[in-house]
Write a protein that binds this ligand. Sequence first.
Ligand code: M6R
Length: 368
Amino acid sequence: EKGDYPYFMLKEIAEQPQAVADTLAGSLVDGRVSLPGLGLSEQCIRELTSVVVIACGSSYHAGLIAQQAIERWTDLPVHVEVASEFRYREPKLRSTTLVVAVSQSGESMDTLMALRHAQQAGATVVSICNTRGSSMARESHGVLYTEAGTEIGVAATKTFLTQVAAGYLLALHLAGVRGGQTTDGLIEVAEALADIPRAARQLLATVPQLRALAASLADRDAVLFLGRQLGYPVAMEGALKLKELAYLHAEAFAAGELKHGPIALIEDGLPVVVVMPSASQQPLLHEKMMSNIQEVRARGAVTVVIAEQGDESVDACADAVVRMPTTHFMLAPLLASIPLQILTCELALARGCDVDQPRNLAKSVTVE
Ligand code: M6R
């Protein structure tokens, strides 16, 4: 079943361009998004007053990316919450609240209980789900299926990336029905989204570079990840993967928070992985991130920078640069996540860990 790959994780990382293409297929035609499976009438979408996303683990990170897309492209406020915390604070929900449960398995008990709570409170509930017929799919008003196929590795890779893609589809759909509220050209975004599988394929060629990098970092005790805006959930996902697979202490920070405490952690030889904003499309954020890299490097950090093609400004302050193709900056998480998955996989392998079956973890967590 693993074909030419020694591990399911490597195979599933390589399957991502196709999985994303399959998730987009049918829903995205000529720059227009239609999601009939969601079961939401145009009137219902127009009457929405807010969106709440509930999820756990990697799915939560996909939800944080969807939040930024929905808030940027529509007039709807979006709140994202770890599902295990959701119902205990008795959130205020109404029929015009769209609750989106994000779950690969559709069976995570924390998310399922949160979904049931939202249903009972009368909210409109949909799910982004990879498993047909799962509890969440059955108990939602509608479902947006990710088409990742079966994922054997415990770590979410292709299911995560397809959830991110589905989040963009949902955001574009809501924007299309409610009327775009953004300076982004949404047709242009949709076209860039359709081009992601091609760009993602190019990133698979980073394996040799990341394998060598992983070998040089395998003896470290901790790794920090920095991101800003959309790069922050990407950094969070990178850190989660590293904990889960390489049993390394890994933590992500919004780079602006560094000076509020975490910078005290920086010491000689500490690897810091930086998810760079687009130099051409987000010059202000880019400049701020450049300062952050210089700050940590001046204190001895080894900097690994994920940057878009053509961004040469990072060369001088990075110990290693991983290049990704340029895309619309809102979609960059679909690309930037891939080298982080590969780096994690290679680091875990270099440390002798089982990347398909990490210790203490189950693929689907069906207890609360
Ligand atoms: O099946 P779900 O998407 O609801 O699972 C949620 C998390 O348990 C899951 O994303 C977990 O964090 C991943 N295995 C991490 O790689």
